[in-house]
Design a protein around this ligand. Structure first.
Ligand code: FMN
Length: 223
């Protein structure tokens, strides 16, 4: 079983998003899965030109020659694809959105209507599962609403939304203890996904725990 994470944080490997991603992949690795962690910020990915050549002239193939060629192969080779990003302006980062736009060669120009929700048919029947990892700087979960709405279209099997993201790399020993417990739950989620293809309700509950009260957090980040 192969897991691949596409991380859209401009901070790449040093990102808070990657703290969660690494814990998840460690759990999956412990269960024997193959894993790959891609930092989109280090890749050369142009903006989709909207020419639709990848549908009508060279089906499945983009006219642009950049790192997306290699990334589409990686994307297709994975059993579980994870979209990862911090919240930037109530949404995913531009790097992840750009990557998502460039997935258009995997679609075909056929519209499917499911209960008045219109989407495009995949050019190859989808066998993959999808998941999302995100963190945001504010307390509260309202910051994730846009990402939840966008990624609902790929019916994710798991969504890890971590508010109070500034705590993930805290050096305070008390905070570190809480964060480590949280990251153990993330690791467990990776292990469960790799062994049973879903995450138990108990582990999901642990992923949703508050790391700190809102007044404490506001004080902690000095705002
Ligand atoms: C341009 C910009 C926009 C941001 N917008 C939001 C936002 O809308 N909501 C929020 O909670 N945090 C926001 N943040 C804070 C980041 O989500 C937070 O710093 C996060 O921990 C960064 O994660 P990373 O290290 O994975 O990149 C923003 C940060 C930047 C730089």
């Amino acid at each position: 079983m192969k897991f691949i994470i596409f991380n859209g944080s401009p901070a790449g490997a040093n990102s808070n998003t990657n703290v969660i991603a690494e814990a998840f992949l460690n759990g999956a690795k412990k269960a024997g899965a193959d894993t790959e962690n891609v930092f989109l910020i280090n890749k050369n990915i142009g903006h989709c030109k909207g020419c639709f050549n990848c549908w009508f002239k060279t089906p499945g193939k983009c006219v642009m020659q950049d790192d997306m060629t290699e990334l589409l192969v990686k994307y297709n080779s994975a059993d579980v694809v994870c979209f990862a990003s911090p919240v930037y302006t109530w949404n995913m980062t531009a790097a992840l959105k750009n990557f998502a736009d460039r997935l258009v060669p995997l679609k075909s120009p056929l519209i499917v209507n499911s209960d008045e929700n219109f989407d495009l048919v995949d050019s190859n029947p989808k066998t993959q599962q999808f998941m999302v990892i995100s963190n945001c700087g504010f307390p509260g979960n309202n910051n994730f609403e846009t990402m939840k709405a966008v990624f609902a279209s790929c019916n994710p099997v798991l969504e890890i939304y971590r508010n109070c993201g500034k705590l993930l790399k805290s050096k305070d020993s008390e905070v570190k203890k809480t964060v480590n417990e949280y990251l153990q739950a993330v690791e467990q989620a990776g292990f469960e996904m790799a062994t049973q293809n879903y995450v138990s309700a108990d582990t999901k509950l642990k992923l949703e725990r508050q790391l700190m009260s809102i007044p404490e957090y506001v004080k902690y980040i000095g705002m």
